[in-house]
Design a protein around this ligand. Structure first.
Ligand code: BG6
Length: 506
């Protein structure tokens, strides 16, 4: 594998400390990294190399080793260095260039650099331009890659502008837009389940599937992130990126091969086939909610408007449920229902495929216990796995049918280490494999779908924001979105509170 220097902008920030350095360490520990590698932290705060190593490695609570064990990992710590710059100052990048040249020589890197932007988004255009001004985007003596974290824009217009700015200095195939959901094993497994088995794909279409649900629930509330979240909301924070990517994995056509281009082409095609929701239909197809205060286990939990940094009159959605259709041969008329929310009863992400009833109900009687459709539940997190629900005969007289489940859990595999999303994604960028990164055109396409919803919410004050008490499954009206006769949202756990104040918020 080629040697590489991993340059992290925003190296003293939360993401670097909590996710990036621990992921790099795990990869190092598992011997996945090239022998010649090093990390250069860059940010405004002043640290010496030693102070940086202490902060992100020796004192890090996110790398779970004892002090003695960490001491023994001196080889790893010695590969971490730090350079302080004013990030928006073009001339300061000369310091980075000099430091890179020094480290390149010391570790025998061969000129390959990954620039990881773990910074506030307003720097996403500044940093690439400054790197380019010093020739650090050029691939004359080694490769150069740029990794960008979401948000990729704030709406369609800013997303297009961001792509244009990035592509002005780096070619699209040098740009890696990270979506950590794509690094999750089970999101990748959606493709394997569908395309490496002969039994699912023949049923994976409008002839057999009644509807598709995707639930992304978090029990955490917004807490101290109110300042950021209030400008974002669930649609921008979760739906436009992570959930649209999951939709693409569930619904795309089989790619012609497993390479990055083939898979990303199919995902783009799928995103283009989603029928846009007209602004006037937003109140029919989308439910927006905001959590309100409730009492869980005797404790009062804050409502969204009581969170730090959130205005009392905020209409920002902490919950969204969306119904949409995909206009192609496979999915015509099959409704997709996707919901995401904070302050729900548990943390879970799952895809539920509900199959149609058999055409002729031979065993269906009034008194029968079983009246559920077949469902395939793909659990993305936690307890990653698959569950297939179907009807079985209850032993004894007659033909009583009971709903039973056949399940597989990742935890049952002998080699059950499910790598953290960042580990997989960082290794892929080192290898130059962009399959699990979002391509610029599909990011824009996802914004194109979300845009009319955002714009209707902004321009039409009559569209309701429904309150839901923390610990419930979101606004009660969201169950009305689902058209099915006998199936509604699958709620994997019960509500945590009996609060029933689902009133409309003004
Ligand atoms: C992030 C969002 O992208 O994903 C957060 O900004 C959210 O608001 C997080 O909590 C959820 O990620 P995960 O991996 O914990 O499901």
């Amino acid at each position: 594998m080629d040697g590489v220097i991993f340059v992290i902008f925003g190296a003293s920030g939360d993401l670097a400390v909590r996710k990036l350095i621990p992921a790099i360490y795990e990869l190092y520990q598992g011997k996945y990294l090239p022998e010649n590698f090093a990390v250069l932290g860059v940010s405004r705060s002043k640290y010496t190399d030693a102070a940086f190593r202490k902060k992100v490695f020796y004192d890090s609570q996110f790398i779970k080793l004892s002090a003695k064990e960490k001491k023994a990992q001196k080889d790893f710590a010695d590969r971490l260095s730090y350079t302080a710059i004013q990030t928006a100052e073009k001339k300061d990048y000369a310091k980075i260039k000099k430091q890179l040249a020094k480290m390149d020589k010391q570790f025998g890197i061969g000129g390959n650099y990954i620039f990881y932007l773990s910074t506030p988004p307003f720097l996403y255009t500044t940093i690439p331009a400054c790197l380019a001004a010093h020739g650090l985007n050029e691939e004359k003596d080694g490769w150069r890659r740029l990794v960008v974290e979401k948000p990729f824009g704030y709406d369609l217009e800013t997303a297009i502008a961001l792509n244009r700015d990035l592509q002005q200095h780096f070619d699209e195939d040098q740009i890696y837009r990270i979506d950590h959901y794509l690094g999750k094993e089970t999101v990748q497994n959606l493709l394997v389940t569908r395309f490496s088995n002969g039994i699912f794909e023949p049923l994976w279409n409008r002839n057999y599937i009644e509807h598709v649900q995707i639930t992304n629930a978090e029990n955490l509330t917004v807490g101290s992130r109110g300042g950021y979240y209030d400008k974002s909301g669930a649609l921008r924070d979760m739906f436009q990126n992570h959930l649209m990517q999951i939709v693409a994995h569930v619904a795309m056509e089989p790619p012609i091969s497993a390479d990055a281009k083939a898979i990303r082409d199919e995902k783009l095609k799928l995103l283009k086939s989603i029928r846009p929701i007209k602004e006037e239909d937003v109140s029919k197809q989308v439910v927006r909610g905001q959590y309100t205060s409730s009492k869980i286990d005797g404790q009062i939990v804050n409502g969204y408007r009581q969170e730090e940094g959130v205005p009392d009159t905020s209409k920002t959605e902490t919950y969204a449920a969306i119904k949409f259709f995909i206009d192609n041969w496979r999915w015509a008329d099959v409704p997709f229902y996707v919901r995401t929310g904070k302050g729900l009863p548990t943390k879970v992400t799952e895809v539920v495929i509900t199959f149609k009833d058999p055409p002729h109900a031979l065993f269906r009687k009034e008194e029968m216990v079983y009246n559920d459709n077949n469902q395939l539940i793909i659990r993305i997190q936690p307890n990653e796995g698959l569950l297939l629900k179907f009807g079985m005969k209850v032993p004894g007289a007659g033909f009583e049918v009971k709903d039973v489940g056949m399940d597989f859990q990742y935890a049952d595999l002998t080699n059950a280490h499910v790598p953290a999303a960042y580990e997989r994604l960082l290794l892929d960028v080192i290898k130059g494999d962009a399959t699990l990164y979002a391509r610029g055109d599909s990011v824009e396409e996802a914004w194109r779908f979300v845009e009319p919803i955002l714009s209707a919410w902004k321009n039409n004050p009559k569209i309701k924001v429904y309150g839901y008490p923390v610990g419930t499954w979101g606004p009660a009206v969201s169950s009305k979105l689902i058209e099915s006769e006998d199936v509604t949202w699958r709620n994997p756990v019960q509500e945590l509170t009996t609060g029933d104040d689902f009133s409309e918020l003004s």
